[in-house]
Write a protein that binds this ligand. Structure first.
Ligand SMILES: O=C(O)c1cccc(C(=O)CC[C@H]2O[C@@H](n3cnc4c(=O)[nH]cnc43)[C@H](O)[C@@H]2O)c1
Length: 218
């Protein structure tokens, strides 16, 4: 069965999958590579671009599964380290709601419907399929990369999810609306907190993740 592999950026795609997988000229439908029968597309950075891309591509191709693959940050107290590869078992929108002086409250807590016309799951937290031979970890999805120790601590206290990313819950929402199973694989590139881009591990962990994925896909 044909699966749809979504990658946020071309840089990640290049590190994940070698040149032999690339389609020479990006087609108008954003399919940029093929791995056997499976399609690889760039979904963009952040929840808006990722939800839009995932929904449109899933509606068009009706894949048997959507797999989101990319880098993510890890909260310092969580355990996993930069360079680790993880599959996400749960992802939550972590800044969709309101924040008062004490805590963050999401739309579910506010009893506000995220997508009022929804048939599938459309809350703020999603359970993902985890069929890969990788350790499992929960994630939060944000629109703004956390770049202070205080904010990192607040998110860790509120969610206790090891990973931070910018697309996971949004693709989960789109996949649920299409009734398509969804998995997410992340290579940990950095510690969540004060920005230090020079220390980020991107190329080698993604290459390892790409090899694992190519070996695992039917
Ligand atoms: O600030 C920089 O110089 C810089 C260098 C390379 C990449 C970035 C990104 O912001 C990539 C965002 C992209 O990667 C995911 N990601 C990776 N780490 C985190 C994180 O700590 N918090 C949230 N998202 C992260 C994210 O899913 C985006 O797709 C910046």
């Amino acid at each position: 069965m044909t699966q749809l592999i979504l990658v946020p950026t071309a840089l990640e795609r290049d590190f994940l999958f070698g040149a032999d997988t690339l389609i020479p000229q990006a087609s108008p439908d954003w399919i940029v590579a093929r791995i056997g029968p499976h399609r690889v597309a760039l979904c963009g950075i952040g929840p808006a671009a990722a939800a839009m891309s995932a929904y449109a591509l899933a509606a068009r191709y009706q894949p048997s599964r959507i797999i989101l693959v990319g880098i993510a940050g890890v909260f310092p107290k969580a355990g996993p380290q930069p360079g680790d590869l993880l599959q996400v078992n749960q992802d939550s929108f972590a800044d969709l709601g309101y924040q008062d002086q004490r805590a963050f409250f999401n739309l579910d807590h506010m009893k506000l419907p995220h997508l009022p016309q929804s048939k599938g799951a459309a809350g703020c937290r999603f359970t993902l399929a985890t069929p890969f031979d990788l350790p499992r970890a929960a994630a939060v999805t944000v629109s703004t990369i956390t770049s202070s120790a205080e904010r990192a601590d607040a998110l860790w206290q509120a969610f206790g999810a090891p990973l931070e990313n910018m697309e996971g819950a949004a693709v989960a929402l789109a996949a649920a609306q299409q009734g398509i199973p969804f998995s997410q694989l992340r290579a940990v590139s950095n510690l969540v907190g004060p920005r230090d881009p020079k220390s980020w591990l991107i190329k080698e962990p993604l290459a390892r993740l790409g090899r694992l994925l190519r070996k695992t896909l039917p």
